[in-house]
Design a protein around this ligand. Structure first.
Ligand code: SF4
Ligand code: FES
Length: 278
């Protein structure tokens, strides 16, 4: 791997080439060079998050820990971003102790940034224990139950991924964009976004449904998805006593059907100036 740009103050500290041992193999490296730079140069993989070659090390993430044996010294664990090459140094980049220390380090990092994909990825790449990325879902299944038992769309299900259960879009049912799941979700893990006349329902980065919104025929406001209106029409077909007209938004419906006000659809439309409301 080509050596990245390094500040002159860093290069000035380097001495002659010396022999060191990395994972049992002999290597040449400049005396005084940071071990992590040597690893990067030689393609030896060691996890690290807080090192930048142009800056002084902060030794903050503690992921780059390795075992080092220096002349007449016992084996010690050291941070490879901070420690510099010395003649005859013997380094082990993977051992039970190193693995344990990296697990502790990643656990501490995840306490600070539990949602960080970068930390979870480095954990996966190096076989460290990271647990799952929190998705805000408490697995109460209210969304699944309401979608199946009340709405009848069966758009959500539980799936197993890497030994954990997740709420996911179902392949049996179909989302109709009614937002009942989002409204009933106690943690708001199911989100939605209305962008112009398009509604998207999501959990994590998975799309549960994407729908076209319809305008209220009285006030012109976007108020419901086409699929939801179709669904209601189908349900109403089996219920002849239901005579509601679902082409109107809830507000206009309330006004329209309040007989005391004697407001008819044309009257209401005049009230709104016949202009669609955005
Ligand atoms: S998404 Fe919300 S409603 Fe569904 S199981 Fe998770 S917390 Fe419960
Ligand atoms: S790279 Fe973060 S402590 Fe070494």
């Amino acid at each position: 791997m080509p050596m990245p740009w390094l500040p002159p103050r860093e290069r000035r500290r380097w001495g002659n080439m010396v022999k060191i041992i990395i994972n049992g193999a002999e290597h040449d490296a400049e005396e005084g060079k940071r071990l992590l730079l040597v690893f990067n140069e030689k393609g030896i993989r060691v996890p690290h998050l807080c090192f930048h070659h142009a800056l002084t090390p902060a030794a903050a993430c503690r992921l780059c820990v390795v075992e080092v044996k220096e002349k007449d010294q016992p084996i010690r664990t050291r941070l490879s971003c901070a420690i510099k090459v010395a003649k005859g140094m013997e380094i082990t980049t993977e051992s039970a102790m190193v693995h344990q220390m990296r697990n502790t380090a990643i656990g501490n990092l995840l306490k600070l940034a539990p949602h960080s994909e970068a930390i979870h990825k480095i954990g996966r790449d190096f076989g460290l224990t990271t647990g799952i990325i929190p998705d805000g879902c408490i697995r109460c299944r209210l969304c699944i139950r309401v979608c199946s038992e009340i709405i009848g769309a069966k758009a959500l299900k539980m799936v197993k991924m890497e030994g954990r259960s997740y709420v996911s879009p179902s392949d049996k049912g179909e989302c109709i964009g009614c937002l009942t799941c989002s409204n009933v979700c106690p943690t708001k893990a199911i989100r939605y976004e209305d962008d112009g006349n398009i509604r998207t329902v999501m959990i994590r980065d998975e799309i549960v449904g994407r729908h076209t919104l319809e305008r209220c025929q009285i006030c012109g406001k976007l108020y419901s998805t086409t699929k939801f209106l179709e669904h209601v029409r189908q349900v109403d077909a089996d219920l002849p006593e239901e005579k509601e007209d679902h082409r109107h938004c809830p507000t206009c419906s309330k006004l329209y059907y309040r007989k005391k006000l004697k407001l008819t659809a044309p009257k209401l439309a005049t009230l709104y100036g016949n202009k669609p409301v955005a």
